[in-house]
Design a protein around this ligand. Structure first.
Ligand code: SAM
Length: 249
């Protein structure tokens, strides 16, 4: 009782939900859902029937008060979003913060997340990544943020919507150059799941080659700035210089 459960739901395939998540969804007093219709579909699939309330970006603060009132009455609440893990490029963090501030227990019920899903099957062997989520929707601010990210050496992880994928990739090429590797992970866990890896130079042509390549939901993985290679070059340069110096009269 008096617990807010932050419950991850599937990002496509409805079977990608944990047994514990199903237990919690069936047991709580109320489910706070980003879109009650989307969640109703998931609940119906598992024959779960619970009271729901809508909690989205625009009413999170107001709803946080309602959730706190329910918690004060000893009720338990599950927070879910349309897909994946709440609070990750999704509403939830404001609610969690306010509920925590009031001293209530908040417990995560882990599960699907599109970024981790994409990275796990990408074949990228580097251990570090920078999860960025959504870039700005307009090109000017998007390019500015990409400029800021350009020097950092870790794999960049972006989320993007289908109607912006072409413009977003164009800006990646423009700001980050032709040579970085891009992995496009699309429609993860769904029927048309696709992984495509190429250098940024070739990405616009791949997207244009087939209208289906532009459809669905996207995770973009972009290799980081090549700090190590620069270091290697300068190591080599120093080695060459040392040899030259040794042999000079
Ligand atoms: N909270 C979610 C998570 O844990 O991954 C992310 C929600 S965010 C509003 C939605 C974005 O996540 C999509 O625009 C897309 O970039 C990415 N995404 C969600 N589901 C996906 C899927 N099945 N395949 C690829 N990307 C997906």
């Amino acid at each position: 009782p008096s617990t807010l459960y932050v419950v991850a739901t599937p990002i496509g395939n409805l079977r990608d939900i944990s047994l514990r998540a199903l237990d919690i969804l069936a047991a709580v007093d109320v489910i706070a859902a980003e879109d009650t219709r989307t969640t109703a579909h998931l609940l119906a699939h598992y024959s779960i029937s619970r009271k729901m309330m809508a909690l989205h970006q625009h009413n999170e603060r107001v709803m946080a008060k309602k959730v706190a009132n329910l918690l004060a009455q000893g009720k338990s609440i599950a927070l879910v979003t349309d897909a994946g893990t709440p609070g990750i490029s999704d509403p939830g963090s404001v609610l969690v913060s306010l509920v925590r501030d009031q001293g209530y227990k908040v417990t995560p019920i882990p599960g699907a997340n599109a970024a981790i899903c994409a990275l796990s099957a990408s074949g990228i062997t580097l251990p570090h990544f920078l999860f960025y989520g959504f870039l700005p929707v307009n090109s000017g601010p998007r390019r500015r943020e990409l400029e800021m990210l350009k020097p950092q050496p870790h794999t960049l992880v972006f989320y993007e919507a289908p109607h912006r994928i072409i413009d977003c990739v164009a800006d990646l090429v423009q700001v980050l150059g032709m040579h970085r590797r891009l992995t496009i992970a699309r429609e993860l866990t769904k029927v048309f799941e696709t992984f495509h890896s190429c250098v940024l130079h070739d990405a616009p042509a791949w997207l244009q080659a087939d209208a289906n390549h532009q459809k669905g939901e996207f995770v973009l993985l972009v290799s980081g700035a090549e700090v190590q290679i620069e270091e290697k070059v300068s190591d080599q340069a120093q080695h060459a210089l040392a040899l030259l110096l040794k042999n000079l009269p």
